[in-house]
Design a protein around this ligand. Structure first.
Ligand code: DN4
Length: 263
């Protein structure tokens, strides 16, 4: 028994399933459907928890497919109003601060499935009804078709497919490539915007306050993004947070929202 336990411990290179995964999923689901977005109050959180668990339990944690998540996806369809979608890449905290202030805007993590799964880890094992709390496959070191990566790729794809009107993306101007073709935003979301529904992508390139920017709207990575978006018949606009209007008279630091508002 001891031997088996320690061999399981060594199995994968990634963090194990989050402790109390089932309870957290259920609690977040109730919190979201009853309090955050009461229009969704008739969603069956027990069913959602069960469908989530059934997607990966007793399965090889390196053989995840989109189909595994279809029953879960059927229970929750994304419903973000037009002009309210916010994508992000390497700017998770800032984007979440932004949608916390601008309550009508949504990142993926402000929708039910993103909210439930945010920062959680999960995997099971072939021939066991238990989750593996010791280790899970790491997406780079073990396998890319693990259940967490396949989940985020799928919900990101659906989130992008459902976007309409003007959509926004918050990018990091403090790294050398604010736009990265290999990120989820560059690899999945950009290519799943529907040009029949989305007419403009508005990019915000935000750099850390007080630091010299490493990338900007005029840099080559944003030019890549612009080219991809224009090829897809979607209009592209970009705004740097240089604050050309100067600092606040009282020296106050701008809030994330103010940083993203042109002068
Ligand atoms: P990012 O800032 O490069 O990555 C966001 C997080 O996702 C980081 O913790 C990454 O891990 C992780 N990640 C990225 N790709 C994978 C993958 N294939 N397998 C497992 N973890 C991965 O930004 P991004 O552009 O990749 O993703 C952000 C965009 O996609 C947003 O617009 C969201 O709508 C959506 N998204 C959200 C989440 C989330 O809330 C995850 C993935 C995608 P590491 O590079 O630090 O190891 O967690």
């Amino acid at each position: 028994r001891m031997w088996r336990h320690s061999s399981e411990h060594m199995k994968w290179n990634g963090t194990g399933s989050t402790a109390h995964f089932q309870e957290i999923v259920l609690e977040r689901c109730y919190n979201y459907t009853q309090l955050v977005q009461p229009e969704l109050r008739d969603r069956d959180c027990q069913k959602i928890r069960e469908a989530f668990r059934n997607a990966f339990i007793s399965k090889d944690p390196c053989s995840a497919t989109e189909e595994d998540y279809h029953p879960l996806m059927k229970l929750v369809n994304p419903t973000v109003p037009c002009d309210k979608t916010v994508f992000w890449s390497k700017t998770k905290e800032l984007a979440h601060q932004y949608t916390k202030v601008q309550r009508e805007l949504f990142t993926l993590e402000d929708t039910l499935l993103g909210y439930i799964a945010d920062d959680l880890n999960w995997c099971g094992d072939t021939g066991s009804y238990e989750m593996n709390y010791q280790s899970c496959p790491h997406w780079k070191k073990d396998c890319s078709n693990n259940f967490v990566s396949v989940f985020w790729d799928l919900v990101s794809k659906r989130f992008a497919e459902n976007a309409c009107g003007v959509v926004q993306v918050v990018l990091n101007g403090s790294i050398s490539n604010a736009f990265d073709r290999k990120s989820t935003f560059g690899r999945v979301e950009v290519h799943n915007l529907n040009p029949m529904k989305v007419h403009t992508l508005q990019a915000w390139v935000i750099h850390d306050l007080g630091k010299f920017p490493s990338d900007s709207c005029s840099g080559s990575s944003i030019n890549d993004l612009k080219w991809i978006i224009m090829q897809r018949n979607i209009k592209f606009t970009c705004q740097d947070n240089y604050r050309d209007c100067g600092p606040f008279a009282d020296g106050r630091q701008p809030s994330p929202r103010e940083s993203m508002t042109s002068c």
